[in-house]
Design a protein around this ligand. Structure first.
Ligand SMILES: NC(=O)c1ccc[n+]([C@@H]2O[C@H](COP(=O)([O-])OP(=O)(O)OC[C@H]3O[C@@H](n4cnc5c(N)ncnc54)[C@H](OP(=O)(O)O)[C@@H]3O)[C@@H](O)[C@H]2O)c1
Length: 279
């Protein structure tokens, strides 16, 4: 595997494993096969209702805890400072871990307007030793500028929606300018957008003799973006790691960039300025 280096000096593997809808005993088996296949970054959240399962998999695998990175995320109900600190502690009890490697504010919820307070809680939770690297998710340039201006602390990561139909290049640029690593969520458009069936992606898969999924992963890696890919099946997990033996030509990256549909390309209901979740 190759690595990304965060602005706090920490090192991340090139691909993270998403865990939406991976739960319970079958979920645990999925995480174990992923760890066995070589994944070292597991992306969970209080809102995914699977932090306990992720913690159980980490206790069960023979791989050392120190070789595995776990991300979790602060839900909307806990943006208020004291609630955020307690929720992070509760999430740690639930996982059975002593610390999170990465912890993100899940959504900015600008209508609620508590994200600066939530960010201060993450800054302090890092000082208390509960978290190694702190970041945000679904933050626009405006949200990023505000938390940096009001706290003086720049996030290490901004995890955002990004796939060929919504490449989110404006936020990727903002992240790059601020020295923040972009993580791409729903890199395949989940099971909603049929990104992997797109004729351009399929044509490139034929050209490079790879799978459509591998083309989309390379498109991210070659633009300095870390894809967080959900794959429950062992077959998909292995395929998504097999991406280091080829490079997309610049013209082909541009071809994929040209698939962008702007705001219309987003997964429905995921605009960070509008999105609300208070549970
Ligand atoms: N921060 C946020 O607000 C936010 C929002 C959404 C998601 N996320 C994170 O990002 C992760 C990924 O996003 P996502 O779960 O929405 O969707 P995704 O990764 O875009 O797509 C997952 C789907 O792709 C399939 N797949 C995986 N590898 C494949 C391959 N090689 N060939 C064909 N199909 C393949 C999976 O099938 P199988 O599972 O059957 O293998 C699953 O149906 C999430 O799990 C979560 O951790 C974060």
């Amino acid at each position: 595997m190759s690595y990304f280096i965060l602005n706090d000096g920490k090192q991340l593997p090139d691909i993270g494993l998403g865990t939406v809808h991976i739960q319970g005993a079958t979920g645990l088996e999925s995480i174990l096969t992923a760890l066995d296949a070589g994944y070292r970054l597991i992306d969970t959240s209080t809102n995914y209702h699977n932090e306990g399962m992720v913690g159980a998999a980490i206790r069960r695998t023979p791989i050392s805890r120190h070789e595995i990175l776990v991300t979790s995320k602060l839900p909307g109900l806990a943006h208020q400072y004291d609630m955020a600190i307690k929720l992070i502690q509760e999430s740690l009890y639930r996982t059975g871990l002593d610390y999170f490697d990465i912890y993100l504010i899940h959504w900015p919820l600008p209508k609620r307007d508590l994200y600066v307070e939530a960010w201060q809680a993450l800054i302090d939770a890092q000082k208390f030793g509960l978290i190694r690297s702190i970041g945000v998710s679904n933050f626009t340039r405006e949200h990023l500028n505000r938390i940096i201006a009001e706290t003086g602390v720049t996030p290490a990561i901004n995890q955002i929606e990004r796939h060929p139909y919504f490449n989110n290049l404006e936020t990727v640029r903002a992240n790059n300018e601020l020295g923040i690593l972009t993580q791409a969520w729903s890199p395949f458009g989940r099971d909603k957008l049929n990104v992997l069936e797109d004729p351009v992606i399929k044509e490139l898969a034929l050209k490079y003799d790879k799978e459509p999924s591998q083309i989309v992963i390379r498109w991210n890696l070659q633009q300095n973006v870390q894809p967080i890919v959900k794959a429950a099946s062992a077959k998909h997990q292995l395929a998504n790691l097999d991406v280091l033996d080829f490079e997309l030509q610049v013209a082909d990256i541009e071809k994929i960039n040209a698939l962008d549909r702007g705001e219309a390309g987003r997964i429905a209901g995921q605009d960070p300025d509008e999105y609300e979740e208070f549970e």
